[in-house]
Design a protein around this ligand. Structure first.
Ligand SMILES: Cc1cc2nc3c(=O)[nH]c(=O)nc-3n(C[C@H](O)[C@H](O)[C@H](O)COP(=O)(O)O)c2cc1C
Length: 175
């Protein structure tokens, strides 16, 4: 039975929800999956796994520094087995920015890492304005106003296309 690692970075937990949906799909296809939070498991021995998937969300235009560290430390091992990367952001709610080729964060990210992931995915994220600090709420409302998204202070909205997540789960199972 193939052993799959899905390791993710998150701020508000939505990337973890996506990982758990991937896990459900892959386990349903008879492979074992560990879902680990990078913040707690940055030193995981990835040689223990047959396949490795890295997932990361965007905040203020960037993936977390720990994602770059993790990839730098592991890129040779990542290259030696089937692997994939996905990013989560709200720009991807726009149809013209929701593929690896058209998402600006994916395009900015790839040249900054040594690893060339075999499979890529972009998922639209979630907004939960009441949950954020005052500063973050005002900032994200401003970003949404500038990009023609929702701005009401009580906005809670999930843009994620779960069918696309499930399709990526099947891709991981097949790789
Ligand atoms: C304070 C803040 C800043 C954000 N900045 C961006 C951004 O610059 N670009 C973007 O596309 N999404 C941005 N987002 C949206 C997040 O990527 C989205 O909420 C995602 O679902 C977060 O995933 P996580 O819960 O796994 O961290 C931001 C969200 C917050 C709360």
């Amino acid at each position: 039975m193939a052993k799959v690692l899905i390791i993710y970075s998150t701020t508000d937990g939505h990337t973890r929800s996506i990982c758990e949906r991937l896990q459900g799909i892959i386990e349903g296809l008879d492979q074992s999956v560990d879902v680990l939070w990078m913040t707690e498991h940055a030193d995981v021995d990835i040689t223990q796994y047959d396949k490795v998937v890295v997932g990361a969300s965007i905040r203020y235009g960037k993936h977390q520094p720990q994602v770059f560290d993790f990839i730098r430390r592991n890129h040779a091992t990542l290259d030696s087995r089937p692997n994939a990367f996905f990013t989560v952001n709200v720009v991807a709610r726009k149809p013209e920015k929701n593929t690896p080729a058209t998402n600006p964060y994916m395009q900015k990210f790839l040249p900054k890492i040594d690893w060339q992931p075999q499979h890529l995915a972009v998922f639209a994220g979630r907004l939960d304005f009441p949950k954020y600090s005052y500063f973050d709420r005002q900032m994200i409302r401003l970003i949404m106003w500038m990009t023609k998204g929702p701005t009401a202070p009580d906005t809670v909205v999930e843009f994620t296309d779960w069918d696309k997540v499930e399709e990526f789960g099947r891709t991981i199972a097949a790789m």
